[in-house]
Ligand binder design. Structure first.
Ligand code: 13P
Length: 259
């Protein structure tokens, strides 16, 4: 079971929104939360593509908007001959608070392994940011009864050997691959069961206190209709939203949702 803690709702914009569109989206979000503030106990992060982070940062900081900045990835090295890559230090300098690590799309299309993801988590933590560690199984793995083992391995691959204090500060996002972008949300029970499994893995790795303090998000076709019931599940501490985060009204409805 979790501590009473701030719920984190994150919008992963993926490869959408050039910097003009990003500014428009953040302004639409700002207008909506100005009318009715974000409920107490909810934190919101937005994760634009790299080319739009600076634009969103300027809007957020100039207008004191209640959004934390996020990124979708980083390279594990500090600097050097890694053409096309962006380091954790570069993101920290833009006041990025949360960095997604190991999204299933990167694991699948770019071959990121658990070892790569662990190195990214190292770099994110070294620069004072929080990782949103993505884990989740394919449909084949679920059908074969291998989902729990896969998710536990992904969690321990990135987080074993870290202190309770560090583990207590991370975010793990359970994103079943079969639910991403498919319109098929996991049932509340399935989401709860796997988020509870993740918490038990965190407890095994770093102790019950750390596991209770860490936040576990669900992601995969979240909509304003499904968000409230998911957030009411005892081990779901937040949501990682893809498609619906590109629509300001839908995203703010998700942020506000209650069971
Ligand atoms: P969708 O909400 O579009 O299914 O995406 C989920 C996701 O991958 C967020 O990281």
């Amino acid at each position: 079971m979790r501590d009473a803690r701030t719920v984190l709702v994150s919008g992963n914009w993926k490869m959408n929104e050039n910097h003009f569109e990003a500014l428009k989206l953040v302004q639409e979000l700002a207008a909506l939360v100005r009318v009715a503030p974000i409920p107490e106990g909810r934190e919101v992060s937005v994760h634009p593509p790299f080319t739009s982070i600076r634009t969103v940062q300027t809007a957020v900081e100039t207008d004191h908007l209640p959004f934390l900045l996020g990124a979708q990835n980083c390279h594990h090295e500090e600097r050097g001959a890694f053409t096309g890559e962006v380091s954790a230090e570069m993101l920290a300098k833009l006041n990025v608070a949360y960095v997604i690590a190991g999204h299933s799309e990167r694991r699948a299309h770019l071959g990121e392994s658990d070892v790569d993801v662990r190195r990214k988590v190292d770099a994110i933590l070294a620069h004072g940011m929080r990782p949103i560690l993505c884990v989740g199984e394919t449909l084949e793995e679920r059908v074969a009864g291998a989902a729990v083992e896969k998710v536990r391995t992904q969690v321990s691959g990135a987080l074993s050997g870290r202190s309770g204090e560090v583990v207590g500060g991370v975010v793990v996002a359970y994103e079943p691959i079969w639910a991403i972008g498919t319109g098929e949300t996991a049932s509340v029970q399935d989401a709860q069961d796997m988020c509870a499994t993740i918490r038990s893995e965190l407890s095994r790795l770093a102790g019950a206190g750390a596991a209770a303090a860490a936040r576990i998000q669900y992601g995969g076709s979240v909509t304003p209709d499904s968000a409230g019931a998911l957030l009411a599940a005892p081990d779901v501490d937040g949501l990682l939203v893809g498609g619906a985060s590109l629509d300001a009204e839908k995203f703010v409805a998700i942020v506000r949702s209650t069971a």
